[in-house]
Design a binder for this molecule. Structure first.
Ligand code: BJ8
Length: 422
């Protein structure tokens, strides 16, 4: 539509390349999503949001900016959303899940960089992402070496504020992290011109927690047999949680969960009760990275959980709501985020317990560990997760891949073979 085109032009997107991207995305979405049987009524919301992710949602961001609000983009679930909300700013995820722009990205980062990093850099260099172009503040973080160094390069093309995420969970690390939250708060106040009060922060915490609770509810409902929702749709819900307005998202996902409860009560599902149930674990899958779930669910299995940052790692822990002063709330935020079991931490034994207990909770017959090629932290932990799951009698298949479609057939063969052993 022409008003969208004008908006994209104002954002200085490369219009022909962007049109081509939307075309591919639409086709891909049709094949992977709209082709599914027994889909939920609530999936209409998902289809709508996805179809308008570069359209109406970007329009909303522009409207917010016209009202004097700011847009903050991040690449990691360590950037505290409740604080962004407390500054009346919009918080969006900027990770990208497509190969577009990869060749350009290789001018700024080495070839042996993971696809997620190349993708967000490539999208910026190729002028394809209206979210990145709408941002007033882009926040990076010192997690893996790949990202840490990539932000130095990215900063040359898009000013990037970097939060120092510690690498351990010691008291000193927690103190550093708390000070980084305070520094982020000051940066937000500077960029937005707003003052973050205790009242505003309490509201930010409640909004972020309500979203997490809706996602936790979804996670629990997926323990039902037959599986009430496909892994593809559940992944999409988690992906959309990074883009849509949080209050609307929360209401829509709670409605969708009501529908799931009714389905479960009626014994209905997306696949027969004897369908092998798999859980995914590992690296985040950013929009439109739907490759692995599609391959898995085409191989006769159903995905019942995602232990990833675009999954339970982002929704499992709530921020304590009992604090009444700013200081107490900042403590609560620091504590909540220090529970994130990212593979960038050493040691990171809590992840092994969390993977195992989630696999049991969702009644997974097996786990597929997913690492992006060149991702050191998750490739290392694949070996540990395998051992931990074996100890609990849960088989695991380790997969390393990227965003290309070249290995789809090979993946399918391996996953089918794995599913047959379950
Ligand atoms: S808290 S998982 S969102 S850092 S895939 S870029 S780790 S080389 S994404 Fe992450 Fe935050 Fe951790 Fe979560 Fe590096 Fe690996 Fe690439 Fe990765």
């Amino acid at each position: 539509d022409s008003t969208h085109t004008q908006m994209w032009e104002k954002l200085n997107l490369d219009l022909p390349a962007h049109d081509a991207l939307l075309g591919v995305l639409g086709k891909f979405y049709g094949d992977i999503y709209l082709s599914q049987e027994n889909r939920l009524r609530g999936a209409e919301y998902l289809d709508f949001v996805l179809s308008e992710v570069h359209g109406l949602r970007i329009k909303e961001l522009q409207d917010a900016k016209a009202e004097g609000r700011k847009v903050v983009g991040s690449f990691c679930v360590f950037v505290p959303e409740e604080m962004t909300l407390a500054a009346d700013a919009v918080h969006v995820g900027l990770c990208a899940g497509a190969e577009a722009g990869t060749n350009l990205a290789e001018q700024l980062v080495p070839r042996n960089t993971c696809a997620l990093i190349k993708s967000f850099i490539g999208f910026k260099m190729a002028r394809l992402c209206p979210f990145t172009e709408s941002c007033d503040l882009i926040v990076g973080e010192t997690t893996c070496d790949g990202k840490k160094k990539a932000y130095e390069a990215f900063n040359e093309i898009a000013p990037t504020y970097v939060m120092e995420v510690p690498q351990t969970k010691t008291p000193a690390a927690r103190a550093l992290w708390r000070s980084e939250i305070v520094r982020y708060m000051a940066e937000l106040e500077k960029v937005t011109g707003r003052t973050i009060t205790a009242e505003k922060l309490a509201q930010g915490i409640r909004t972020a927690n309500a979203k997490r609770r809706a996602l936790q509810r979804l996670t629990k409902l997926r323990a039902a047999s037959p599986a009430p929702i496909s892994g593809r749709d559940a992944l999409l819900i988690n992906q959309i949680s990074f883009y849509d307005e949080p209050v609307r998202f929360t209401a829509k996902i709670n409605e969708l969960c009501d529908e799931l409860e009714a389905r479960i009560a009626a014994g209905q599902g997306v696949a027969p009760a004897n369908t092998p149930r798999l859980m995914l674990s590992g690296c985040p899958m950013a929009v439109p990275n739907w490759k692995l779930p599609y391959v898995v669910e085409s191989a006769g299995a159903v995905i019942v959980g995602e232990e990833s940052c675009i999954g339970t790692r982002n929704s499992r822990d709530l921020t304590d709501e009992s604090g009444t002063t700013l200081e107490a709330m900042i403590d609560a935020i620091a504590d909540r985020y220090m529970k994130i079991d990212c593979a960038c931490f050493t040691p990171n034994t809590e992840r092994l317990d969390n993977v195992t207990s989630l696999a049991k909770m969702v009644k997974a017959d097996g786990v597929i560990h997913y690492s992006l090629l060149f991702c050191q932290p998750y490739s290392h932990e694949a070996l540990k997760v395998d051992k931990a799951l074996a100890g609990a009698g849960i088989p695991m298949l380790s997969i390393e891949t990227d965003y290309s479609m070249e290995d789809v057939e090979q993946l399918k063969t391996r996953i089918e073979a794995f599913v047959e052993t379950l």
